[in-house]
Design a binder for this molecule. Structure first.
Ligand code: KG4
Ligand code: ZN
Length: 334
């Protein structure tokens, strides 16, 4: 008998996601984003995000079910992000998930958002090898994780950013460059016409497996400010920034693989969409004999399918479901 269909719900930041997974297979997923509503504030406004989740949750679940040709009654388990994330935003998703689980009489699983990002890749490339190294690079995180069996073993947090996340660095510098929010994709776009060697930017390499991007962000901002009154060669600045971020991320990730004797690197999170991060990761992994896995873009950014993927692993591992009074944990440690 096949395992139950797992509905995954994600609402930790500005994306409301619902995904349906069974036996490691993605059946359908849908995402609604409130990104446009935050754009004029230059960053995510928590209150707006929470209200948007309230509006979007039901339609997003409905869209995922319709796309899979399923009814709500076909769902056999519900998985939901309990943290880390914005507390109001998490509350909306958890309340919705509890309601559905209670009404259907099916088990509820609380999922760590980062475990979701890790599991996203399994929906495209199958089970993760044990062990593997995961680099999560998004607007909120820059983490290096040593992952064994996702459903059974704790994830080992090897390193993190000491200050800004890589995506945050892109977003903040893009603003100084006069590019639209979110800055990451805009930097990637304009960098195509730039020279990555044009601006000498630092390569912050803290010891251990940690990262630091605030010095790089400041250096790029200073360079831009130094052009007061003159035209800013934005393409060169963007290409140089992108090169510095990609260099640091891939150098550290490949070194971590070598140090821990790990043969597979998985890169996930919004910044994994960056063209230079991807190409440099490919180049360096090939040179080091490391298999590189990067999920497709739609699974790299926040979504419900990745949460359903963890739920599906937990169900199949016979994990204990969460009690119906489970709470959110906005700063959940791994
Ligand atoms: O994973 P994600 O959708 O949300 C979380 O932060 O959890 O990641 C969003 C981040 C933003 O900082 C955005 O600027 C960045 O990913 N991003 C990119 C690209 N696409 C998205 N950064 C660089 N290049 C891109 N192509
Ligand atoms: Zn995320």
């Amino acid at each position: 008998m096949s395992s139950p269909i797992v509905l995954g719900i994600e609402s930790s930041c500005d994306e409301t996601g619902a995904g349906l997974v069974r036996d490691g297979r993605l059946l359908a997923h849908a995402v609604a984003s409130s990104m446009d509503e935050h754009a004029r504030y230059g960053g995510v406004v928590p209150e707006i995000a929470s209200r948007s989740h309230l509006h979007s949750l039901r339609p997003v679940v409905r869209r995922a079910l319709d796309e899979a040709g399923l009814r709500l009654a076909d769902v056999g388990a519900v998985a939901v992000t309990t943290g880390p994330g914005l507390s109001g935003a998490l509350q909306v998703g958890l309340a919705g998930a509890k309601g559905i689980a209670y009404a259907l009489g099916v088990p509820l699983y609380g999922v760590h958002h980062l475990a979701g990002h890790v599991a996203a890749d399994t929906l495209e490339h199958g089970p993760l090898p044990d062990p593997c190294m995961v680099l999560i690079v998004s607007g909120g995180h820059t983490s290096l994780l040593l992952v064994r069996d996702l459903a059974r073993d704790p994830i080992v947090h090897l390193g993190d950013t000491l200050d800004d996340a890589a995506g945050e660095c892109f977003d903040k510098v893009a603003r100084v460059f006069g590019l639209p929010y979110p800055g990451g994709p805009a930097i990637d776009r304009v960098a195509r016409d730039g020279d990555a060697r044009a601006v000498a930017l630092p390569r912050p390499l803290p010891r251990s497996h940690d990262f630091s991007f605030s010095g790089l962000k400041t250096a790029a901002a200073r360079w831009a400010e130094g052009h007061a009154g003159r035209a800013l060669p934005v393409a060169d600045g963007a290409a140089s920034l992108q090169e510095a971020v990609a260099d640091v991320l891939t150098r550290k990730a490949v070194a971590a693989c070598a140090e821990h004797g790990v043969g597979t690197l998985v890169v996930v999170g919004g910044v994994a969409a960056n063209s230079r991060v991807r190409s440099l990761a490919e180049e360096r992994c090939r040179a080091a004999g490391i298999e590189l896995r990067v999920p497709p873009l739609k699974l790299c950014t926040d979504n419900g399918a990745m949460i359903a993927a963890v739920g599906d692993l937990l169900v199949r591992a016979g994990a204990e479901p969460a009690p119906l009074d489970v709470s959110i944990d906005p700063s959940a440690p791994l």
